[in-house]
Each structure stands twice: as structure tokens, then as C-alpha cells.
Design a protein around this ligand. Sequence first.
Ligand code: AMP
Length: 400
Amino acid sequence: MLNNLKGKKVLVRVDFNVPLDKDFNVTDETRLLKAIPTIDDILAQGASVILMSHLGRPLKKLKDDGSINVSKFTLRHIIPNLSKLLKRPIIFAHDTVGKDAFDKANVLKLGEVLLLENTRFNKEEAEGDRDFAAKLAKLADVYINDAFGTAHRAHASTTTVAKFFEPEDKSFGYLIENELKFASKLLNSPKRPFVAILGGAKVSDKIKLIEKLIDVANFILIGGGMSYTFTKALGGNIGKSLVEDDQLDLALELISKAKDQNVEIVLPEDTVVADKFSADADFKITDSYHIDNDWMGLDIGPKAIEKFSNIILDAQSILWNGPVGVFEFENFSKGTFAIAEAVAKATKKGAFSLIGGGDSVAAINKSGLGDQVSFISTGGGAMLEYLEGKSLPGLKAIEG
Ligand code: AMP
């Protein structure tokens, strides 16, 4: 984070893509709260702040007449919350690089905060358009990117805009700095044993992550929908459980690669199976390798919970990405909440724990243990790509 901002106008890309209710009230302020330290610090240095963000996907959800649904997607909705959190009024520009934005940026005084309209009202944003980015850059002296959740997108406000600032006039904000600090600590110098817990629906979404983890972790615990592809590949009968038949060979390859590198891939030995995919389905516990034909696995069973928990409790470093069951349905949420509890306990004993990826973040928050883990990432897709070892355009644009 830059510390020479006195007297400057600072353009900050934040992630204010918050959930709204039907009356457009913010229902979860987490993303606003996470942006505050950077904004407060810039203001405390004696600078002014120009904030830009996207909100939703306005160009994918046009009105019947083909126009943008401004009243639904305007960033105006967040002003009351933001103003309260920053303890000052927010000046709002009705456009992003238009006359209103320029007029208001020109007269912006030190200590003032200007919020631009939703960057995604302009199709140039997602195209990473150079001219659009150049206009954004003209609004300010300095650029700070603090939107980790969109760092994997080569959009104008996250990536292209940085090209118009000298290296000494651009940096990450505190949110991105923290995300990178904790994720790289886990990947580059983890205390051992390092236990990764992977869940979620599909193996195909997580192949790159598993490959990377085989290089760095000691244990990879696999639950959720993706575990059945591994169990089937090993000869199990998985009934109607989720499976990706085109990934069976790859699953075996990953298991054998892990063995070669002395990494233990642990699959759930028992499973909570249901007679349908529904919150009120009948359910029972079965051996994961002998699921009856008409049943499907929706959660890890008690033996798997015990085994996973014991491994987690001995860990010094923990990465959790993806729920180990359909935690949205109460009857199939036990496994995921037990993992949350084990991760919290291990953290209390001194382990470093990082929760990354959308649904495990939702799960840890739903379990009420969100404040008992070391770090919860704000970037679902971006964190996944970072952990996979991909170069993220939003990061590269600043790091060079
Ligand atoms: P992902 O976005 O890949 O992390 O997937 C998260 C989703 O996977 C959640 O909505 C879970 O309900 C779902 N999921 C977890 N376990 C299972 C399972 N056994 N069968 C079907 N879906 C599952």
C-alpha cells in the first residue's frame, strides 16, 4: 500500500458487489467492511478518494426494451451503508467516465469521497478497453486495486487502467495485500502437516488445484459431490451420486501421482445417502463403495467425519475449499459443519487456516465459526486461480 498520497486524487477499484434485497437494501456488508481500511488510510494520508466497482451483471440482465436497468444495478444503493462506515458523506457520479464523473472529480477536495456509477454499465469494462481505461486513469493521480474478487478478470477497471500509471503511482490496497500474504504463506512456506480439504460439486472445477496441492500438501481430504468420481474410479458402486464419467481416468492418475509424492488422498469411507436430491429426502448411512443403485450420496458419514476431523486436528496448516456435502439441506449439512468445527479447533490449537472458495466461505459463516479461523478469502474464483498457480491479470498489472 502506498504511503505518499498526501494531496493526491486516488482512484480505488473496490469490490462493492454486495447482495441486495428486493427493496435494494444491502443484506450483507462484508464487502464494504473489507474495503474500509484502505479507504480510511488514503483519507488519513490527506488525499481524496474516487471509488469504482461493479454491481451485478447489468449488461446480462437488460430491460425488455434493451436498456440498462439502472434502478436495479445502480451503485447508489450502497451509499447509506458506505457513508455510515466511512463516517462522511459520499459524492456520487451518475456515470463512470462521462461528464458528471469528470466534473465531480475535478472539484473533489482532500478528504472527500467520490463514488462512480457501476463500471459494468459500460460494455468496455468487461472488454478491458484501452480508451475507456485511459479515461478512468485521467480521473486521478494514483491507482490502487483492492478488489481481489475480480483480480482474475482482465477488465478495464481491474487491469487495463493500471497501464496508465507509473509503477510508483499504483499499488494494491490492504485487502489484496492480505489475501496474497496468507495464500502465499500457505503455498510457499506451510508449517506441516498441511491438510487440504476439498469439496463442492465437480472434480473438473478443481483438477488444477488438486494437482497443485499434490505438490505442496501432506493430506488431501476429498468430500462433496466430487468424491464419488474418485470412489467410482476405484471400483466403488456410487448409485445415483454425482459423477463425472469423463474424469475417471484423471481421478486415478491424481491418486497415483499423490502416492508417488507421499501425499495421502483421503476419501470418505461412509456416506449419507438420500433417495432424492431434496431437503426432505429419506436418508441413511452407507459404505461409500456400496451405495444402492437408487440412492445418492449427499454428505460424508460419521466415520468419515471422525477420520477427517482427526487429520484436521493434527494439522499445522489448513486450506478448505468447498463443502463436503449439500450443506444447504439441514439433513446433509452435518459433515460440512463438523469440518468447520474441526478447522476452528485446530486453529485454536495453533494451526493456520485459510478458507477459500465461495461455498466453504458461506458454510463457515453459516456455522457461526467464521471468527475462529485464521483467514477467510473474499475472492472465490480469484482465490481458486491464485492457489492453482495461475497468473491473475489484475495482480500482474500492478506487479509488472
Ligand atoms: P462448488 O461451487 O464446486 O464448491 O460446489 C458447491 C456446491 O456443491 C454446494 O452447493 C453443495 O450443495 C454441492 N455439493 C456438495 N456435496 C454434494 C453432493 N454430494 N452432491 C451434490 N452436490 C453437492
